[in-house]
Structures are given as C-alpha cells and as structure tokens.
Design a protein around this ligand. Structure first.
Ligand code: G3H
Ligand code: 13P
Ligand code: ZN
Length: 312
C-alpha cells in the first residue's frame, strides 16, 4: 500500500462520529511510535509535517521513513503538510509525494485567503492531492510565529460556505478556542470551546470534514514528570479530552496533536537521564521515549478520537 489521501478516512469518520488523529512528526522514533500504536489498534492515521520539521529533518528523509512505516504496518497513512504558508511550499510537498497539504491563509483577508488557497487547490487536485484550508485564526506558537490572544479570531460561520465553494478545499480548519502550544489557557482559567460555532459550521456544510488544530490536552502527568526531573515548565493547560471527544462526534474529522508528543518524549527522556546519569547511548533513552509516545497515541486513538478498528 502507498500513502493515501484523507478523503476516504474523512468520509467514514464523518459518518461514524469519530475523528482521525493528525500527529506531527520530525524523526524516526516519533514516526515509529505513532504508527506502531496505530497498527496495534488498527487505526487510520495522518502524519503531518510542518515547514520547520521539514527543514529540520529533510523532506526525503521524512518521506522515506513514512514509506517504511507504510510497509511495516500495512496501514492507510496520509502524509500531510501542516500550515503551508506559500504556494511554493505546497507545490514542493505535492511534487515530493505528500498526499495532502494545508494552505494556511488565515492571516490574509477573506478575498486573499480564497485567492491563494484556490491556487493551491487547483495544483493539488490535478495531481490527486487533497487540500485543507483555514478560516479564523488560532492563538499560540507555531514555527516561531507567536499569535497573541488579541490577534486570534473565531471562525465566522457565515463565511464558510462561500470559502469552501470558491476554493474547492477538501477540509476546513476552524478556530473555536483551541490554540497552539502547551499554554492554551491562563492558570485558573476554565477551558472553554465555542461548540456553538462548530455546530453552526456543521449545519452550513453538511457532510463536510472540519479540522481542529491546537488540540493537545497537555497531560498534567507529563508536565509534572518534566518538572520533577530538572525541568521548569510554568502551569500549562490544554484542551480537556472530553471536549475533543464531543467535537469528534460532531463535524470534526481531523484532530491535530503535536505538543502532547513533545511533552511525553521530553518527560520520558528527562526521567530516564536523571535515573541513569551515567548513560550516554541515545538508544537507551529514546527507546522508553518511543514506548511512552506509543502508549499516549494509543490512548488518544481509543479514548479521544474513537478511530480504533477503523483502518481497512
Ligand atoms: O501547529 C504547529 C505544530 O505544532 C508544528 O510546530 O512549526 O514548531 O514544527 P512547528
Ligand atoms: P498542539 O500544539 O495543541 O499540539 O497543536 C498542534 C497543531 O495544531 C498542529 O497543526
Ligand atoms: Zn496547527
């Protein structure tokens, strides 16, 4: 099996009231941990690569590692560009074998977002690649771009039909109160998402797959483990898992998770090295990190996304 698009995955997810996990990858251990988890619970999976990850690991290395995962697991795996910010970047990923790209034009005017997204869609569709667009702007940090809460904006449901019709996108990321990174809410603040916006978007775009970015739960156990082993992370609050489960039962078909993977890896490595201060073979600490990441992804698939058993 080769890499696949998310088309079939989203169709089944929409109908089945579950979501597909889109996990960010940038090295072998992360790719192995995610895909081994998916294999064990027979789940379809999206591996996504940011511009920063592609710069760090190199396109060909990542593509070959993902192809290895397809061979090893036999699973349907979609390879997706996360937050593409230019036509050239999207084109390069499409030409290099990605089956899906996101064009993130959320910081442009409505008209420019449509214009640039449509250009990517035309190039992608001619080559059998699917495209995710974005309307509304999430707060938080992505690729060293820090969007303040003041600059963030919720998606306006009255714009979604026109955006989808004029661009031809295959899925749409919306902003309902999630944000990128580990610090999604202020200490003491109660996490809240605008389910009313999601519901309205779902009504206006029946059957159409919606994407939720910034969906890490920032599992306290791992923040604690980091801080107990020499780290100094301030209070970090993520999206409660029951809210993600609720979104997955609605129109949300793709849930993006990166920060939780970073936390579990860092926490495990910190703990390992404080317990074994004389060890210096990377395999010794990367092995438990990969194992814990795998367990975390299994937990997400079964308890949050609900896509276990859905790979065909
Ligand atoms: O949405 C952003 C992802 O977490 C990727 O982060 O750009 O630092 O690789 P990155
Ligand atoms: P988190 O930072 O919440 O993991 O979000 C990741 C994401 O949205 C990648 O596009
Ligand atoms: Zn994102």
């Amino acid at each position: 099996m080769a890499v696949v698009t998310s088309k079939e995955m989203f169709k089944k997810a929409y109908e089945g009231g579950y979501a597909i996990g889109a996990f960010n990858v940038n090295n072998m251990e992360i790719i192995q941990g995610i895909t081994e988890a998916a294999k064990e619970v027979n789940a379809p999976i999206i591996l996504q690569v940011s511009a920063g990850a592609r710069k760090y690991a190199n396109h060909t290395y990542l593509m070959k590692l993902i192809e290895a995962a397809v061979i090893e697991t036999g699973l349907p795996i979609c390879v997706h560009l996360d937050h593409g910010d230019s036509f050239e970047l999207c084109k390069s990923c499409i030409d290099g074998g990605f089956s899906s790209v996101m064009f993130d034009g959320s910081h442009y005017s409505f008209e420019d977002n449509i214009k640039f997204t449509k250009q990517v869609v035309e190039y992608a569709h001619d080559r059998g690649v699917v495209v995710e667009g974005e309307l509304g702007r999430l707060a938080g940090i992505e690729d060293a771009v820090n969007v303040s809460a003041a600059d963030a904006s919720y998606t306006r449901p009255e714009e979604v039909e026109e955006f989808v019709a004029r661009t031809g996108v295959d899925s749409l990321a919306i902003a309902i109160g999630t944000s990128h990174g580990a610090f999604k809410f202020k200490p003491g603040q109660k996490p809240q998402l605008r389910f009313d916006i999601l519901e309205e978007v779902g009504k206006r775009l029946p059957g159409f797959p919606i994407v939720l970015h910034g969906a890490s739960s920032v599992i306290p156990e791992y923040v604690k483990m980091i801080n107990e082993n020499g780290g100094a992370m301030p209070d970090a609050i993520g999206i409660p898992e029951d809210m993600l489960r609720r979104a997955a039962k609605m129109a949300v078909c793709k849930i993006n998770i990166d920060s939780d993977l970073r936390l579990v890896m860092t926490a495990t490595i910190r703990k390992y090295l404080s317990e074994h201060p004389d060890h210096f073979d990377p395999r010794q600490y990367l092995k438990p990190a990969r194992e814990n990441l795998k367990e975390l992804v299994k937990h997400k698939i079964i308890n949050v996304l609900g896509c276990d058993g859905k790979a065909q």
